[in-house]
Ligand binder design. Sequence first.
Ligand SMILES: C[S@@+](CC[C@H](N)C(=O)[O-])C[C@H]1O[C@@H](n2cnc3c(N)ncnc32)[C@H](O)[C@@H]1O
Length: 220
Amino acid sequence: MSEFDPVKYKAMVKEHQEKDRPLAWFDSIYTDAKGDYRAVFWADLAPSPYLVSWLEKNPANKQRKKAVVIGCGLGDDAEALSSFGYDVTAFDISQEAINLCKGRYKDTKVNYVVENLFEYPAYWMTAYDVVYECNTIQVLPGKYRAQARDAMISLLKKSGKILVSCRSRKKGEQLDDIPLPLDKEEIDSFIECGLKEKSFVSYDDTQIPSVPHFFAVYEK
Ligand SMILES: C[S@@+](CC[C@H](N)C(=O)[O-])C[C@H]1O[C@@H](n2cnc3c(N)ncnc32)[C@H](O)[C@@H]1O
């Protein structure tokens, strides 16, 4: 793929998913941008306002709190966490995404690394006060979604918080969508895994037409 074409994009993702290669295509989205981060079609190039609003109430202050950003893409949310005092590790399976982050934020305090959520370094387990997930579960198919949720939870310290930001859908609808938004039952599975819901927002974003989303915070 060179120029973004939603029909070709969905067909490309579907083909990988049908061949059970759900992670094989992510890097192409970033390499197709040819070094220009503005050409990455899914990036907002700004932190989530819901994350920023949460950070305003929950800064790290002078405590050394550790945060990890899953599938960090171009790093806007990781930089927001860092600017509120968190010691941030941000990872992505795409080498080129991480190259673009390092190019964008030359003086960053964020530790940007290439890693796979499903094979992260053992010392990361239960090491984080905050886990931030934005739009990664929704780009995975089938069994990988619950595996991703479980891997994210396993990164959390006791009493740590996980923030989940994603597209949403009504149960039984949009079943063939790519990305496949989460329905309420799927996001509530964080509670079934033993976490406590601290806040939950369902909202429509500012796109035209607007896209429904969830933003939820859970505590371990
Ligand atoms: C839809 S993008 C969202 C990027 C970013 N969080 C944002 O909101 O702009 C999903 C990101 O997750 C990354 N990703 C997917 N599966 C991953 C995995 N198993 N481990 C690490 N990163 C992954 C992709 O490379 C991609 O950058």
